[in-house]
Design a protein around this ligand. Structure first.
Ligand code: Q46
Ligand code: ZN
Ligand code: ZN
Length: 305
């Protein structure tokens, strides 16, 4: 297999794009592809201050690297979830994120959930009804709340997350199987800012996970390779498994599934959903001030009060 651009030996074969590239040309191609995605969905501009959510894994570090190369103004946020039983998952991933930031002279703000809330994610999951057997649901809620609050307080223009195409296709698959019209109506990869909510964007929404992995390896990024021990309990993994089988038989399945969904969204196929950034209610959570539909405690504060 040869590089389409220079004819030398290809290192990455992307059957979904009918494109094979050598390391040098792949490392040029992916940032350009991400830039085209940013422009296509009008995610942000070079004037915006971006806050990049980093986990220490391949996707978020590859994304931070790409945004820097493209010339965007970025800082990082890392949330220490305290998932350290057996694997020292949080400790090791924090070290990867911090080493990456240090090596490039970038700012990384670190938040420790246990220090802030008095207990780790695993402890909250074990104590609360909402989290029992579902630490990921607690974890997602806590991460979103802390990142959103920091992005607003520090006046970042956009909170950027590293969800890739495999993540987005799996979420979409789950929402389609449930016909969750509410979620389906707000699956766009960029969400406008609203009262109490930061603008959010997902520049890797059309990038396959194996592309970010190849990029991280070829760029010699020292990322955290272990998976969170709770990830095996996530439904997403199950959907990813099936999507991978379809992709194998029919290259491009995930990309078509996602792109055509976004086209359907643009054509008004899933109306009526309310973006969290568009909660126009005057009601505020009495503890943290975040907008809520009812004026009672928000979902995050309810976990701890
Ligand atoms: S960190 Fe948190 Fe993930 Fe671990 S507990 Fe689940 S959501 S799997 S991205
Ligand atoms: Zn080449
Ligand atoms: Zn609250």
């Amino acid at each position: 297999m040869k590089c389409r651009t220079c004819g030398s030996k290809a290192a990455v074969n992307m059957r979904h794009h009918r494109l094979s590239l050598c390391p040098d040309h792949f490392l040029k191609w992916l940032p350009n592809y991400v830039q085209r995605t940013i422009e296509k969905y009008r995610m942000f501009t070079f004037e915006d201050q971006l806050l990049v959510a980093v986990s220490g894994g391949k996707d978020s570090l590859a994304l931070w690297d790409i945004l820097q190369l493209l010339g965007y103004q970025t800082e990082g946020i890392y949330i220490d979830l305290g998932i350290d039983e057996n694997l020292l998952y949080s400790q090791k991933s924090k070290e990867s994120a911090a080493a990456f930031a240090d090596s490039r002279g970038l700012n990384l703000s670190v938040f420790n959930v246990e220090e802030m809330q008095g207990e780790s994610i695993a402890q909250t999951a074990a104590r609360t009804k909402r989290g029992r057997n579902k630490p990921c649901s607690i974890c997602g809620l806590v991460k979103r709340h802390i990142m959103n609050a920091f992005a607003l307080d520090s006046e970042f223009d956009v909170l950027v997350t590293a969800h890739n195409l495999d993540d987005e296709a799996a979420i979409l698959q789950s929402n389609v199987l449930d016909w969750s019209m509410d979620f389906l109506s707000r699956g766009y990869p960029v969400h406008p800012a609203g009262p109490g909510f930061s603008r959010k964007a997902k520049p890797l929404c059309r990038t396959y996970e194996r592309e970010t992995a190849a990029y991280a390896v070829l760029r010699k990024i020292d990322y955290m390779q272990d998976e969170c021990p709770f990830s095996t309990e996530s439904k997403q993994l199950y959907y990813k498994h099936f999507l991978n089988q379809w992709e194998d038989r029919m290259p491009g399945t995930k990309l078509r599934f996602y792109n055509n969904y976004i086209k359907a969204l643009d054509n008004g196929a899933f109306p009526g959903g309310q973006d969290p950034g568009e909660i126009l209610s005057e009601n505020r959570c009495p503890n943290c001030g975040q907008p809520t539909q009812t004026g009672n405690l928000c979902a995050f504060c309810s976990l701890y009060i």
